[in-house]
Write a protein that binds this ligand. Structure first.
Ligand SMILES: Cc1ncc(COP(=O)(O)O)c(C=O)c1O
Length: 449
């Protein structure tokens, strides 16, 4: 049963016949026709604990029945307090405090507003700019879009936001400096210092980046030494370091948070997606207690808000999700089964001439497609190669997360494979087989063009 012709829903993909989803369990989704799909990406890398977890649904229902909504300026709830204490054990930050919102974009916006307000409170009101990176994704709202480094998403709205400076990403497969690690001397990290000096050191409030590049580059892991050098530069110039862990958080990389791989503690973190594994829209901005205290003493409060902030049901769902991750040791499972997934993807796709790179970490993998393996020339963007592979995989009952723009913001095709952590090795084999078929078929079609 597909989208009816006369739908009143303004669908996400216009003209695309959306099947009607009716049920989910572990890595599987069923539609109204009884067709089964393997959700090998958890949508846009959201579903970490898997679909259909009864205890999470129960926690949601119990909280909603007890008290669904109270305003965050008046009440707190047991769930919110317990969850925050539990999360503090995992967040790689010094004495963290958590501010709750509903989407990753909102968590990012709160993070940059907080950084700005802290700088003002410290007596540095000229620090009104946040440096971000090209090849990044921080969200679709106008403030988050000003930070996002994906040209194809920005150009229509660019006249409507105050743009922020961007530096090149750590992307060794297509090094923006034409260099090779380690002789590059981490030019991508040093670019931060260059940009700070160019803008004027007293003007920069913060630097924001994804620990591992997500939707725009497709699971690109920075080289060793990158994050410690960035941390050092931020400290030297008085910038707050914001880690956008919206995609990498809650076990996706095989550790609780992506920054743990690099031994660096951020000053602010944005989280979302896996916090509730898709069961409820919920996001988190983590900050240091001492910065909250600075705001309290100078301005009295954080100048921010939101009707659905600090949501009672969201907190109950997040607590149940965190407990499920812990009880089933799923972060460790993401590391172990994720490395199996990476190995199988590399083995199975290696001989396909259109596969330029397979990269990733934990349960977060990216496959980059190229028209020419030697020159790394991308397919023309209008061929929508990754999108077609994603659609072909869907026809085969496999859900992946295709993306574009990795080469230069517009051209460049990649596809992410990032299933729920409960996937088995046999299921990973099936994912890899179906994906290989989909890529081969689309490449064959493309070759006939
Ligand atoms: C790293 C990162 N930041 C922010 C966002 C925005 O999150 P949301 O779509 O929930 O607003 C995303 C979403 O893909 C993301 O991957």
């Amino acid at each position: 049963m597909s989208l009816p012709e006369n739908t009143f829903v303004f669908q996400r993909r216009l003209g695309f016949p959306h099947p009607v989803a009716v049920r989910g369990e572990r890595i599987y989704i069923w539609d109204a026709d009884g067709r089964r799909y393997i959700d090998a990406s958890g949508g846009p890398i959201v579903v970490n604990v898997g679909h259909g977890v009864a205890e999470i649904a129960r926690a949601m229902a119990e909280q909603a029945a007890a008290i669904a909504y109270v305003h965050g300026t008046v009440f707190t709830t047991d769930g919110l307090e317990t969850y925050s204490a539990q999360l503090a054990r995992h967040a790689p930050m010094d004495d963290p405090r958590f501010y709750y919102l509903t989407s990753g974009s909102e968590a990012v916006e709160a993070a940059v507003k907080f950084a700005r307000q802290v700088q003002v409170a410290r007596g540095e009101p000229a620090r009104d700019t946040v440096i971000a990176r090209w090849g990044s994704y921080h969200g679709a709202t106008l403030g988050a879009l000003a930070l996002t480094g994906r040209t194809s998403m920005r150009h229509l709205y660019a006249p409507m936001f105050r743009d922020q400076p961007h530096i090149p990403p750590p992307y060794c497969y297509r090094c923006p400096f034409g260099a090779t690690y380690p002789t590059c001397d981490l030019a991508c990290a040093r670019a931060l210092e260059t940009e700070i000096r160019r803008q004027g050191p007293g003007r920069i409030a913060a630097f924001i980046a994804e620990p591992v590049s997500g939707a725009t580059l497709g699971a690109v892991v920075p080289p060793e030494g990158y994050w410690p050098l960035v941390r050092e530069i931020c400290d030297r110039y008085g910038l707050l370091l914001i880690a956008d862990e919206v995609m990498t958080g809650f076990g996706r990389t095989g550790r609780w948070f992506g920054m743990e791989h690099f031994g660096v503690r951020p000053d602010v973190m944005a989280m979302g997606k896996g916090a509730t594994g898709g069961y409820f829209p919920f996001s988190i901005t983590a900050v240091r207690a001492r910065d909250v205290e600075t705001l309290r003493q100078t301005h009295g409060d954080f100048n921010h808000g939101g009707t659905f902030s600090h949501h009672a049901v969201g907190a109950a769902v997040a607590l149940a999700t965190l407990r499920y991750l812990e009880a089933h040791d799923l972060v460790a499972a993401a590391a172990v089964r994720g490395s199996y997934l990476g190995r199988r993807l590399r083995e199975a796709l290696d001989d396909l001439p259109c596969v330029g790179d397979v990269r990733g970490i934990g349960m977060m993998w990216g496959v980059e497609f190229v028209a020419d393996r030697k020159t790394k020339a991308p397919f023309p963007p209008q061929r929508a190669f990754a999108r077609r592979v994603g659609d072909r995989a869907l026809q085969k009952g496999l859900i992946t997360y295709p993306g574009s723009g990795c080469a230069d913001g517009i051209a460049g095709d990649h596809l992410m494979v990032a299933p729920p952590f409960v996937i088995t090795e046999a299921e990973i084999d099936e994912v890899v087989t179906l994906l290989r078929e989909a890529i081969s078929e689309v490449f064959e079609e493309e070759s006939r063009q």
